[in-house]
Design a protein around this ligand. Structure first.
Ligand code: SAM
Ligand code: SF4
Length: 330
């Protein structure tokens, strides 16, 4: 059935969906989770079949790009089956965001299953710091994971670094050199106020993309990249390297005008905006109409009217969004 692409009230075409496949994770990054998290009971979590059905339905509504995220997508049991299934759906772009811990033994299989691109989080190259930021993570495992991903032949690999003053801002030049050496892109992310955490004061740790660019410019010229990612990241290139350096700046730049994406949590809540609570319960529709996709399609089409014009983040320490990032799905 041919179908006009999903569009919202502001004329934006929505053709990119991020699907969270789990709220669980083997790490407990300080900006993302509390140390003792309670995870969702199994019956509240979408099954892999339900997630695949969502993927198929969104694709039938014009979605060309899907990213699997979490929590840590690679800790979900049988995730490879889902990747394999979505890998056959003919997406223009099929990506995953991972913390890298499982990549040493999974990277090759993910590529063979049809995954095109990987984003891997890396906040520090110092093992002790890495442990402090992730609370449970082992740097060596993630570095092995990055190497395994590089060998697996993905179309693209990008590192993601959340920059925090006093925690890892002094490592920016080293992280750039690492990315150049590995020939992978790198994005620096401003911390977003998602969920209440006690570990650090978000307003004190906040480091703007302008500051990060200033630090990099002491070492490399940054030339704005001409291609448009269609997303919140601004990309630059540096002389002497093919890699791109991205800046994801929800605070200092309003990227909402070109927003092309929605998210689905692992409970099946369709989130129309990262920085707002607007959501639609797709799990109820999935389970209430297990055979026919008509109601599901219509619910998704109608939900686009709820997509707000923009988000409202601030850095003054207020928590505006109560869900944690592991629930939101990056
Ligand atoms: N577990 C995977 C990972 O860490 O890459 C995927 C999920 S994680 C929620 C997706 C991305 O969101 C990661 O790059 C992480 O660093 C980032 N993130 C988590 N909490 C954040 C926050 N409060 N502000 C900005 N980025 C955040
Ligand atoms: Fe886990 Fe990713 Fe959140 Fe870190 S950022 S706790 S790796 S979900």
């Amino acid at each position: 059935m041919s179908q006009a692409p999903l569009t919202d009230r502001f004329g934006r075409t929505i053709n990119y969906v991020r699907l969270s496949v789990t709220d669980r994770c083997d790490f407990r990054c300080v900006y993302c989770m509390a140390e003792d998290m309670t995870f969702l009971p199994r019956q509240q979590v979408l099954t892999l079949e339900e997630i695949a059905r969502l993927a198929r339905t969104f694709i039938s509504l014009g979605t060309g790009k899907i990213r699997l995220t979490g929590g840590e997508p690679l800790v979900r049991k049988d995730i490879m089956e889902l990747v394999r299934e979505i890998g056959t759906m003919g997406l223009r772009d099929f990506a995953m965001t991972s913390n890298g811990s499982q990549l040493p033994h999974m990277a090759g299989d993910l590529r063979r299953a049809g995954l095109h691109r990987l984003n891997i989080s890396l906040d520090s190259l110092d093992a002790d710091r890495f442990r402090n930021i992730t609370r449970t993570g082992r740097l060596s495992q993630v570095l092995d994971g990055i190497d395994a991903a590089c060998e697996a032949g993905f179309r693209g690999i990008k590192l993601n670094t959340v920059v925090m003053k006093g925690r890892n801002d002094d490592e920016i030049p080293e992280l750039i050199e690492f990315a150049r050496r590995k020939k992978v892109d790198i994005s620096f992310i401003e911390e977003m106020p998602l969920g209440a955490i006690s570990e650090h004061d978000r307003s004190e740790a906040f480091c703007s993309s302008d500051e990060v660019r200033g630090i990099i410019r002491q070492h490399h010229e940054l030339i704005p990249a001409t291609e448009d990612s269609g997303g919140p990241a601004r990309y630059y290139r540096m002389p002497g390297s093919q890699i791109r350096v991205g800046f994801i700046s929800p605070h200092s730049h309003n990227f909402c005008a070109t927003c092309n994406r929605v998210r689905v949590t692992v409970e099946g809540r369709l989130l129309l905006c990262l920085g707002n609570e607007h959501s639609v319960d797709l799990r109820r529709v999935l389970r209430g109409h297990p055979v026919n996709d008509h109601k599901l399609r219509q619910t998704i089409i109608d939900a686009m009217d709820l997509k707000p014009e923009k988000h409202h983040f601030s850095t003054n320490g207020d928590v505006q969004i109560l869900r944690f990032m592991n629930m939101t799905g990056g």
